[in-house]
Design a binder for this molecule. Structure first.
Ligand SMILES: Nc1nc2c(ncn2[C@@H]2O[C@H](COP(=O)(O)OP(=O)(O)OP(=O)(O)O)[C@@H](O)[C@H]2O)c(=O)[nH]1
Ligand SMILES: [Mg+2]
Length: 194
């Protein structure tokens, strides 16, 4: 089992030229802006504000690398934000494209979806991209704590249909508030690192 207490901030990449491909196994976290990627990482690491969390969507505009032992955890900048200058959008797209296209040792992509809402068009694009390129991935449904039991039941049923074409992909309800799903996710990460 990885010792999450040993987490260190490694580096942040803001431009393609800085992106260093490597052999190091990587666990990647993707999802729309504000879905809770940085919060999830803080929960995994048991740190308060290690990965920066913000209520302003689009806070993370770099790819941030965290290191635990011989594994990298990669916090990708979120997609789907509207209020971003054109140049910034271009830079974001270049960065993401370069990241996924470079020779890397991606062990798992953790795709985050907001449990409360139907996946967005961007979410579907992202899932299709992961499938088309054969990336090993699982889905984490964030902010589960925000759903009341009856709402949750309803969403669980709807999600089954919304994500029908994912087959037997692992889907984990998660809350960075109360820790739901955290151990389950760590187990899945452990499996891919064997
Ligand atoms: N209640 C609740 N709030 C959450 C949860 N996860 C994230 N949030 C809140 O959602 C907002 C966005 O969280 P971030 O972790 O910064 O989201 P992000 O995906 O990293 O966003 P970008 O860096 O902009 O792509 C913050 O206000 C968090 O406190 C959760 O599980 N439960
Ligand atoms: Mg973030």
């Amino acid at each position: 089992m990885l010792n999450y207490n040993l987490v260190e901030f490694e580096t942040a990449f803001g431009t393609v030229s800085q992106l260093d491909a490597g052999d190091i196994p990587e666990i990647v976290f993707a999802g729309k802006s504000n879905v809770g990627k940085s919060s999830l990482l803080n929960r995994l690491f048991s740190r308060k504000n290690f990965a920066r969390v913000s209520s302003t969507p689009g806070k993370t505009i770099t790819i941030n690398f965290f290191r635990i032992e011989d594994v990298r955890f990669v916090d990708l900048p979120g997609y789907g934000f509207a209020k971003r200058p054109r140049g910034e959008m271009r830079r974001w797209a270049d960065l993401m494209e370069y990241y996924f296209a470079s020779e890397r040792n991606i062990k798992l992509v953790v795709q985050l979806l907001d449990m409360r809402h139907k996946p967005t068009a961007d979410d579907i694009d992202m899932l299709n991209y992961l499938i088309a390129h054969d990336f090993p991935f699982l889905v984490v449904l964030t902010k589960s704590d925000k759903l009341k039991p009856t709402e949750r039941k309803k969403r669980e049923e709807e999600i089954k249909i919304e994500l029908e074409n994912l087959g037997d992909t692992v889907i984990i309800p998660f809350s960075s508030e109360n820790g739901e799903g955290c151990e389950r996710l760590k187990e899945e990460i452990e499996k891919v690192l064997q």
